[in-house]
Design a binder for this molecule. Structure first.
Ligand code: N01
Length: 565
């Protein structure tokens, strides 16, 4: 047993102490998990949160233009009808401050903050097999133990700053969008460089350009983006949604991506070119993520996908005045929506401004940061501020930066050395009573997150309730169930075009040295939900559950989940 576990722990709710469950993170998932365990099961629970407030990813991602790409009425909890009836969203897509107001409202309404320790970063978690408890250590040196450890750390919370030589020598200021200063950054009169053109860079570009003296955007991989068509919600729309929330939530739970729209059954190449164009035009006018639902086969048939690529390329060309700039913006190297598809508000229009320059760093790579700015192979750009919108060490990063050690002291980092291996994205073999909300191997980032989160939290809560009712002590997946699930996740991903995006964070391809494994489950939320329900209906098939020291007979009989449907 590692030395980190103190021999005796003070009991009860002191600064250290013993609990039924510990939750790491107070974002969307941590808040709902706390509510569920405390209010439904009556457990003693502590949430450990590194930030000084609730919000998780949204607490840190307060960069200019930060806004959710899911529509506000869908990007919210469904567990309380009173909550969804009382809360009023102002715009089609909620801005970061509005999401923070919402999450604070939820935390206050359900009196959650009293069980959250803010400013508390977890550094280590060790499983003590003899006592069947998790021992958690924080950076401040507190020790807490619990029977259940639940990670609610989000998929995109571990910021990735490129290892560019010379960054320390930069005389100006630099920021990563995922660790934005709480009191903001004033760009007025400044020469700003923005590195990265993913969803974040695409949101930030127009907003920074509006106040900066000059904005230089360093683009490595051209990205597709569809207009968001954001705007205020009318009173009529809000009334309509509230009157139909039950039906809307049912639909969201039954769809592939957890949104209030279904993927069309039409195939792109089954319709005449004229009709296809008209359908794309209508989807473009409507705006938003549902553009990718225009045809059923966009993610599985390259020729079908090419029609979307050509349509988007022509739209960008219509906007951009300088054909050389249009060439750089449309030199796509991957099929549409095989990386997370951004949506925008006047992103491409911004490149027509006099104070904006686009630099193609694929043609002329960034060589170093100098005291004055950024030096590419061919030119030097003088800058006062550099903004890195260079993404995250996604999905596994937030879990691995906590030193998690399971049975026999084995570390999660070592167990996942060749890529994450989970059962249903919920548990890891050898790490009993550890649950990973929206972990790798679950739909997570391919789904509207609150839908994925609520499904996981409900599943975990039901599982713990099941164990308590039957006096069961320990649950972890069987190795054969993990093997089978990992194989299924890979098989489903291989059936899509998503493996073709060379620089995708879905594949971990953005972090040097990270294993290239497709991390989220691409089989769709509805199918995944059915699989999870089925596993429960078959007596937690694929899990080993121990009843005070011996494996329950019920579980020994179970086979790994039949996922080949
Ligand atoms: O990150 P990204 P993001 N030199 O990975 C570039 C979610 N999100 O922070 O593709 C130069 O999409 C990199 O280039 P390349 C959403 O799920 C949600 O924008 O590697 N460039 C790419 O252009 C999203 O997918 C909302 O060649 C470098 C960019 O940085 C996820 O967050 C809003 C570089 C990174 O793009 C991540 O988005 C915003 C280097 N050394 C974001 N390193 C919502 O609506 C990286 N890049 C909820």
């Amino acid at each position: 047993m590692p030395d980190l576990i103190p021999e005796r722990l003070p009991s009860g709710p002191g600064r250290s102490g013993e609990w039924d469950a510990l939750i790491v993170g107070a974002g969307f998932s941590g808040l709902y998990q706390l509510y569920s365990l405390r209010e439904r099961l009556g457990l003693s629970v502590q949430v450990l949160e590194a930030g000084d407030g609730v919000g998780g990813t949204w607490y840190w991602n307060r960069y200019p233009g930060a806004r959710c790409d899911s529509e506000s009425y869908c990007y919210s909890y469904s567990f309380s009808d009173e909550l969804q009836q009382d809360w009023n969203w102002s715009e089609r897509y909620p801005e970061q401050p509005e999401i923070m107001r919402y999450l604070n409202h939820v935390a206050d309404r359900f009196d959650l903050k009293r069980d959250i320790r803010f400013g508390t970063r977890v550094s280590e978690a060790h499983y003590d097999e003899a006592a069947n408890r998790w021992h958690v250590t924080t950076e401040a040196g507190e020790h807490l133990t619990a029977k259940f450890l639940i990670t609610a750390v989000g998929c995109l919370s571990s910021a990735n700053v490129p290892n560019t030589p010379g960054l320390d020598s930069f005389a100006g200021r630099w920021y990563h969008t995922g660790q934005w200063p709480q009191d903001g950054v004033d760009f007025t009169g400044k020469r700003v460089g923005l590195v990265g053109t993913g969803s974040t860079g695409i949101q930030a570009t127009p907003v920074i350009a509006a106040t900066a003296a000059h904005l230089t955007v360093f683009q490595r991989t051209p990205n597709f983006s569809v207009p968001a068509r954001n705007g205020p919600l009318t009173e009529e729309f809000k009334r309509e949604v509230k009157a139909n929330y039950g039906e809307i939530r049912r639909k969201m739970r039954a769809t592939t991506n957890g949104h209030d729209y279904t993927v069309s059954e039409r195939l792109a190449l089954d319709v005449e070119a004229e009709e296809r164009q008209a359908l794309y035009e209508a989807a473009w006018a409507q705006g938003g993520l549902q553009f990718r639902a225009t045809f059923q086969d966009l993610l599985v048939n390259r020729a079908a996908n090419d029609t979307a690529v050509e349509f988007i390329r022509s739209k960008i060309r219509q906007v951009i005045k300088d054909p050389a700039v249009a060439d750089i913006l449309t030199a796509f190297d991957h099929p549409y929506a095989t990386k997370r598809p951004p949506i925008d508000t006047e992103y491409f229009e911004t490149f027509n401004r006099d104070n904006v320059t686009l630099v193609d760093v694929r043609a002329s790579p960034i060589e170093r940061v100098t005291p004055q700015g950024i030096q590419t192979r061919d030119a030097a750009y003088d800058l006062d501020i550099i903004v890195f919108a260079t993404r995250f060490d996604a999905m596994t990063g937030p879990l691995l930066r906590i030193g998690i050690h399971g049975r026999d002291g084995q570390s999660l980092r070592e167990v996942w050395d060749a890529g994450p291996r989970t059962y249903l994205g919920l548990q890891v073999a050898g790490f009993p009573n550890l649950f990973t909300i929206t972990g790798p191997g679950s739909p997570s980032v391919l789904c509207n997150m609150p839908v994925a989160i609520e499904q996981h939290v409900d599943w975990i809560t039901d599982c713990i309730a099941h164990m308590r009712e039957r006096g069961l002590e320990r649950i972890e997946p069987r190795a054969d169930a993990v093997d089978k699930w990992v194989e299924h996740v890979n098989q489903v991903a291989s059936g899509t075009l998503m493996m073709q995006a060379a620089s995708s964070w879905y594949l971990g391809a953005n972090v040097p040295g990270k294993p290239r494994v497709f991390m989220p489950y691409a089989g769709g939320m509805a199918r995944y939900r059915d699989i999870c329900d089925d596993v429960v209906a078959k007596g937690y098939e694929g899990f080993a559950i121990e009843e005070r020291g011996r494996t329950s007979r019920m579980m020994e009989a179970g086979q790994a989940a039949d996922v080949g449907r």
